[in-house]
Design a protein around this ligand. Structure first.
Ligand code: AMP
Length: 454
């Protein structure tokens, strides 16, 4: 879970990356940073900091001159940020290599990283960070020839998901893994090209989406032109992550050419068809993640849509407390009930996904405490039964409630009057479009496109 963004051939590169990162903020709030190439001194300057973009940059874009820049927002899936060394693992990473300076921003996760890193260590490598992203650069460095020649053999060693942006010598190099699991979009702003995890960050900077970077593609951009683009590895299957549509991407983005908001509305409509026998006074989302699906549900079912829970936007995901009691009550701090709407009502409550089951249990209890007559809990995705090894932060199989507890028991455990999950077929129909139907659904099926066996 991370976001990457880059722009070239633009004298406001540092400011545009800053704006781009603000629009990718939902992809990670643990650290942020940007690296800018200054052609006058042929050097990459870098600024990284902890927290969301505004925190990391002290409220304003870094004063980094140059016309080519990349940025990163981070949510750790590999290599936690440690308080003793707050800049460790914050990207972009800048490397002084025998080929010159290179900066790297990575979204994704490398499954075989442990073995790769162990081999690198045995060969004498010393790491400044603890994340898989640094190891990718070490693998590249060990290949012969110029960077573009070195990339394919190094990338072929990786089993996992990656969208990379490299900044080298005033040019941008974008890379997407051969299954296209993580997204990477190409955009145009005047005479500049942009690479971004999501379309919304391109559009909010005034740019236009050109196309998705293809699975297994390496694209080289310099001086406002695509200098080179080739497929370094072709797989039979294009397997973009369906969880981008379910939860992760901004509803204002287009993923695989389809509006995320529209996909979530369709998920809600399909849920309504699955639940047509359940009668309720209104449909209510768990904000913000359930809003669009609940809207679709209400339209399809022809019942009212209500906000009975208000989200406290002043506490981010970074609300971490060592106190178990406070942690238990976190839902009560984050989601505030509108009691008058809830009392005496039969409610269909929609969220996007059930992970550990903590949120579901707390919210249903909260609604019942406020006098709800019935709470029918519905999820706009199937039960999550397998961990993600491709960059979405899901816990181990042991912690995934649907992996070990039968669904009727989960319903009883969370005190819901009914519990419904969107069927896998309905999810694919809602999320898919055009060529994009063969999603990675490993978290729902345990079948991993890159051949991982657990
Ligand atoms: P849980 O309470 O563990 O069942 O988690 C479910 C809630 O977490 C839902 O409200 C989701 O919107 C949200 N969620 C789902 N996946 C993630 C994720 N990878 N990181 C953070 N939150 C998530």
């Amino acid at each position: 879970m991370c976001g990457v963004f880059g722009i070239e051939n633009n004298k406001n590169a540092a400011q545009i990356v800053f704006a781009g990162l603000l629009n990718l903020q939902h992809r990670g709030q643990e650290a942020a940073g940007e690296a800018v190439y200054d052609p006058k001194i042929k050097t990459i300057r870098c600024h990284v900091g902890r927290g969301g973009v505004l925190n990391a940059f002290n409220g304003a874009p870094a004063a980094l001159g140059g016309s080519c820049a990349i940025g990163h927002v981070r949510y750790a899936t590999s290599g936690k940020i440690v308080p003793q060394n707050p800049h460790q693992n914050a990207q972009p990473f800048v490397f002084n290599t025998r080929r010159g300076q290179t900066a790297l921003a990575h979204n994704g996760n490398i499954y075989n990283d442990k073995e790769l890193a162990a081999a690198l260590r045995r060969g004498g490598a010393i790491f400044a960070h603890t994340s898989d992203s640094e190891h990718i650069m070490h693998l590249i460095e060990r290949q012969k020839g110029p960077l573009l020649q070195a990339l394919p053999p190094a990338l072929k060693k990786l089993n996992g998901a990656y969208a990379l942006i490299l900044l080298e010598n005033g040019r941008l190099i974008g890379v997407r893994d051969p299954y296209g699991i993580r997204p990477l979009v190409l955009g145009r702003l005047g005479k500049s090209y942009i690479l971004s995890s999501e379309s919304i960050a391109i559009e909010m900077c005034g740019g236009k989406v050109v196309r998705d970077v293809a699975p297994g593609e390496i694209i080289v951009i310099e001086n406002g032109r695509i200098k080179k683009s080739f497929i370094f590895e072709r797989k039979k299957r294009f397997a973009p992550c369906v969880f981008e549509q379910v939860y992760f991407a901004s509803p204002a983005s287009r993923v695989c050419g389809k509006s995320v908001a529209a996909a979530r509305m369709e998920m809600g409509r399909a849920l309504a068809r699955q639940m047509k026998d359940i009668k309720a006074d209104f449909v209510m989302p768990v904000p913000d993640s359930g809003i669009f699906a609940a809207r679709g549900f209400a339209r399809e079912a022809g019942i009212p849509f209500e906000f009975g829970l208000v989200r406290n936007h002043y506490m981010g995901r970074s609300f971490i407390t060592p106190d178990q009691k406070i942690r238990e009550n976190i839902v009560r701090v984050k989601l505030l009930p509108v009691k008058e709407k809830i009392k005496g009502k039969k409610i269909i409550l929609i969220d996007d996904s059930l992970v550990r089951g903590t949120t579901a249990g707390k919210i249903v209890k909260l609604l019942k405490d406020c006098g709800a007559k019935e709470v029918h809990f519905a999820l706009s995705s199937p039960p999550i039964i397998s961990p993600c090894f491709y960059g979405i932060d899901t816990p181990t199989k042991k912690e995934l409630i649907a992996a070990s507890v039968p669904l009727p028991q989960i319903r009883r455990q969370i005190s819901a009057d009914s519990l419904t999950f969107l069927s896998p077929q309905n999810l694919i129909a809602a999320a898919g479009s055009g060529k994009c139907k063969n999603f990675c659904t490993a978290c729902f099926t345990g079948k991993y496109p890159t051949g991982i066996k657990i």
